[in-house]
Structures are given as C-alpha cells and as structure tokens.
Design a protein. Structure first.
Lengths: 111, 114
C-alpha cells in the first residue's frame, strides 16, 4: 500500500522567511504532484514532477523530486501572506491512476 | 480558461437516501476521477473512469457507489443509500494526457448526511 507522508503538518512562519515542506512516499513512483488548497476551496495544481532530479519553480515556490530517496520538497522563498494555504503532495502513476495524497501541510504566514 | 464544474455545490440528504453528484469535466479530457475529503482530512481517491468504464477504484468505492457518463459531457457519482460517514466534500477531476496525468479538480460538492 502506497503511503505518502508530509511534514510538517502545520507551519506558522513570518513573512520574508524561507522554509521547506517535505513529502516522503513509500513505493516507487515517477510522478509527484503538488496542490494548493485555500479554505473551503478546491485543489489547485502547482507542480507536476515526472522524473528524478526534476525541479520546477513558480514565483516564490520551488519543487524538487528525488525518486531514489522517494522524497519531494516544496521550498518557499521569502514567504508572503498570500501563500497561506494547505499544500498537498500526491503520488500517482500514469493513465487513469488515482492519486494518493499526503495529509497536507497547513501553512500560515504572518505579517 | 476551461475548468471542471460540479453541481450542486451543497447537498443535504437524509440517511438512507440516494444522491447523485454531477460533474462536467474539461471538454477534451479523457480521464475522469472522483475523490472525497472528509472535513479537515486528506483527499482520498474513490474511482477513475476511462473509455466508458471504471479503470481503478479504491476500497472506499464499495457497492453503494456507482459512476456513469450518461452523455458526452456529464460524469456522475451515485451513492445509493447514504450513511452519516458519507458526509464529505466530493471532488471531481479530469486529465487529458495519460503520461502526464495532471488532474484538474472541480470546486467540489459538499454532501451533508443527516
């Protein structure tokens, strides 16, 4: 059974600081996804990482994937309040495979 | 920008009643999914659908659940006899390319079973 673990589950940080969210998964997979969810809202796709060593950046967020370590990271640079949300990583295969989600990291960025 | 839509946004039902949740996936997408999220918890996969048949389903997707694509645009999830524990947010998602499998989620239907 595939397990996806995120840490931390809760993070409160100040604007301007850097931090990293970690996502570990238990079995081999070459597809790793990061989603953002605002309270009461749907999931917004942030990054799709498809191969070992993949790195993607969008604004203050950067995601990377190490398939050998079964680890993905989501790095936040110089955090701003608008990035406050819950961030989920998810692992899945191709085709019509369902995604297995982590429990999410609830991120609060305080001014 | 194309998006997945879902109706209704909120459904309240009595325990034991049947409910049908509706989704319109993005028009050129080929793969369709249902997920649920119990309040405050993680998102859980229910079922995937491709080429007019179920492709994969989780343990949660038991005989009380069924999916259908009744026409060229709608994708539905039916729960035959709702239980209290079915109360959750139900998300529909769709994707277009098998290898990439980036899934785009709809806004969700909040199901409340009383």
């Amino acid at each position: 059974e595939l397990k996806v673990e995120q840490n931390p589950l809760f993070l409160s940080m100040q604007e301007g600081k850097n931090y990293t969210i970690y996502c570990n998964y238990s079995t081999t997979s070459d597809r790793l996804y990061w989603y953002r969810q605002d309270p009461g809202k749907s999931l917004e796709s942030l990054f799709v990482l498809l191969s070992n060593g993949a790195v993607k950046q969008e604004g203050r967020l950067m995601a990377s994937l190490d398939t050998k370590a079964r680890l993905s990271t989501l790095h936040i640079t110089a955090a701003v309040h608008d990035l406050s949300a819950t961030y989920f990583c998810a692992v899945g295969g191709g085709g019509a495979d369902g995604l297995t989600f982590g429990k999410g990291t609830h991120l609060i960025i305080q001014p | 920008e194309p998006e997945v839509t879902q109706t209704p946004s909120h459904q309240v039902t009595q325990m034991g009643q049947e409910v049908i949740l509706r989704c319109v996936p993005i028009s050129n997408h080929l793969y369709f999914y249902w997920y649920r999220q119990i309040l405050g918890q993680k998102v859980e996969f229910l079922v995937s659908f491709y080429n007019n048949e179920i492709s994969e389903k989780s343990e949660i997707f038991d005989d009380q659940f069924s999916v259908e694509r009744p026409d060229g645009s709608n994708f539905t999830l039916k729960i035959r006899s709702t239980k209290l524990e079915d109360s959750a947010m139900y998300f529909c998602a769709s994707s277009v390319v098998a290898a990439y499998n980036e899934q785009f989620f709809g806004p969700g239907t909040r199901l409340t079973v009383l």
